[in-house]
Design a protein around this ligand. Sequence first.
Ligand code: AHR
Length: 511
Amino acid sequence: MTTSAQPAHQASLTLDPRFTVAPVRRRTFGAFVEHLGRCVYTGIFEPEHPTADADGFRADVLELVKELGISSVRYPGGNFVSGYKWEDGVGPVDQRPVRHDLAWHSTEPNTFGLDEFMTWMRHLDAEPMMAVNLGTRGVQEALDVLEYSNAPQGTHWSDYRAANGSPDPYKIMWWCLGNEMDGPWQIGAKSADDYGKLAAATARALRMEEPGLELVVCGSSGRGMPTFGAWEAKVLEHTFDVVDMISAHSYYNNQDDDAGSFLASAVDMDRFVASVTATADYIAATKKSDKKIMVSYDEWNVWYLNREPSKPPTGDDWPVAPVLLEDRYSALDAVVFGSLLISLLRNSDRVASASLAQLVNVIAPIMTEPGGRAWKQTTFDPFALTSALARGEVLDVRVASDTYETAKYGIVNEVDAVATWDAETATLAVFAVNRSQSSAQTVRVDLRSFDADLAVTLSKTLTHEDPLAINTADDPDNVAAVDAQNYTLEDGVLTLDLPAMSWNVAQLAAK
Ligand code: AHR
């Protein structure tokens, strides 16, 4: 329950425009489109849909994607990429091969591929982040897809791109060297030593073709992997000099019905970043280097992995675009989701980019009916509002609040928060969650160190009396961030009243 007879707990945030973490990075607000379930087919791409444009893209979905405010899109996988032949997805559509996708036990029709993806991206103010297959393939195929994407006309693959309708190079500058290569589920999974050597060789070759690329090497596929830490160290021993970022992936859920721990998932995210960067800095030390390998948090979300819809088909059934990973998010999930964005912002000094996994239908903020409606999940608003309002510098916010004990992460604060300050427009944004399931919080934010006469321009709260409430096509606004008159601002002190189990944002600007 979000309302309570208990008196509100007291908390405070200490922030000062002089104490900054790093600039807000637009790449924090990336997303992920994988050939998985209905993310592509009947998600972003459905030529038969009433709103589809001439290229087959759903206009209703595109509108929602624009409103979400994503900065980049990782493509085409995920586990899918480790068995993918990118050439299958280019050229005349009627000549493209139909294949089994082993990762998700589905049939891949290949009616959507690299060119369709880049055409779709043209509708967005967002950057592509492409992944190469280092599961079943290697250096040559990575070079081929780079040549197809980026070489000016006059070579085999760039001429083929031109023949397929795109004479100008796409200039895709940001590439992932495979996906989750430590995972036993990954097609072509490898030891850290084998993967590190392959990733280094691939990175060197890609840079010979295009020196300015930004390259992401695979970290462990999760902090709980048995080789976590050792994997990062070994892989970076091989690749340190030729990559810019190392990936981190994490998914959280309340499958064990421990909402207290679940609400504190951002503690794990903070520790994950600290461990990966400590390992990267250890490798830097061994190499007497000042280089900072950054974290590409290129998969994060709430995901109920053991739920029925998350299980891929089996046996002789190889469906096209099956219902897979179609989690319906609750109010509780949305609060946790918002807190993960707080963690990503707080770690902006080392998290150079992040990709919400994924964008449509598959563990996604946007859902669709084939041929029908599209709607926002509960997680949509925290993402859209954080992306829209986080501007300028991330501030180093110190939180003082009551604490509670969790089974998974020890003692944690009831309140978590981050803030951003845009000196140019004199605009402050404060993002805060109340993890307490029973007590509201009165949060005091002393603004007297800001050299501006600030007034509240926006205050929104996401909460629900039923933590398990969800949105549906029939009731798309059941759980949403709504305007809240939950603040006072007197003598330079902002006071925010946060309901129990809530995600909140307040924006203030100079009068
Ligand atoms: O995002 C869903 C899947 O989760 C991705 O394909 C894989 O990389 C991860 O295990």
